[in-house]
Design a protein around this ligand. Structure first.
Ligand SMILES: [Zn+2]
Length: 214
């Protein structure tokens, strides 16, 4: 099976992509990980991508397409894969179709994990990190024992500026604008499966399986 998993920041997309890949025995391909691996290995693509990343810019579509093409040509991807975090733009979706067509493949289904904006804001804005030991907390789901201090070293916990409610809302807006075209692209072929991600991890995993017809 060849799948795409889409979902906004905080939707649980990463967790569910990994879990589904594991359940189906297919490869989990996350573009963020791919980028980091290529940069760390110092490959030509990694060096090119690093120039943009160091400037805080998006890595251009062309570099991403080359990276995906390279990854999808590896032997383990033959038995199927789930792409996590890609394509993010309509251009990338069109290019992905071409890459797959060259390999004699196509996408079987696109899963969109839907979570209401207010729930995402609540999930992300409740995240805290200890600046001293980097331990992660969640004020709703995994709070520290003592107010907002680290259990291990009592350092006051911090919230990333990215996770401030206003910033989260802005990130969600940017995400929605960028991905609208991608969803439209796949909607044409009726392979989009919308799944509500507002439930426990086990329940959402079950819904994903059902949406895929298992
Ligand atoms: Zn700590």
């Amino acid at each position: 099976m060849r799948l795409l998993m889409a979902g906004s920041p905080g939707s649980g997309k990463g967790t569910h992509s990994r879990r589904l890949a594991n359940d189906l025995g297919i490869s989990h391909i996350a573009t963020g990980d791919l980028l980091r691996e290529q940069v760390a290995a110092g490959t030509p693509l990694g060096r090119e991508a690093k120039v943009y990343m160091d400037r805080g810019d998006y890595v251009p579509d062309k570099v991403m397409v080359d990276m995906i093409k390279h990854r999808l040509s590896e032997p383990d991807a033959e038995k199927g894969f789930i792409l996590d975090g890609y394509p993010r733009t309509q251009t990338q979706a069109t290019e992905l179709d071409k890459v797959l067509a060259d390999l004699g493949q196509q996408i079987d289904a696109v899963i969109i994990l839907e979570v209401p904006v207010d729930e995402i804001v609540e999930r992300l804005s409740a995240r805290r990190t200890c600046p001293s030991c980097q331990r992660a907390y969640h004020m709703r789901d995994e709070p520290p024992a003592d107010d907002e201090r680290c259990d291990d070293d009592s350092t006051p916990l911090e919230r990333r500026t990215d996770d401030e409610p206003d910033t989260v809302r802005h990130r969600l807006k940017v995400y929605a604008d960028r991905t609208a075209g991608v969803i439209e692209h796949y909607d044409v072929d009726s392979i989009v499966r919308r799944v509500s991600g507002e439930a426990s991890v086990d329940e959402v995993a079950k819904r994903i399986h059902e949406a895929l017809g298992f």
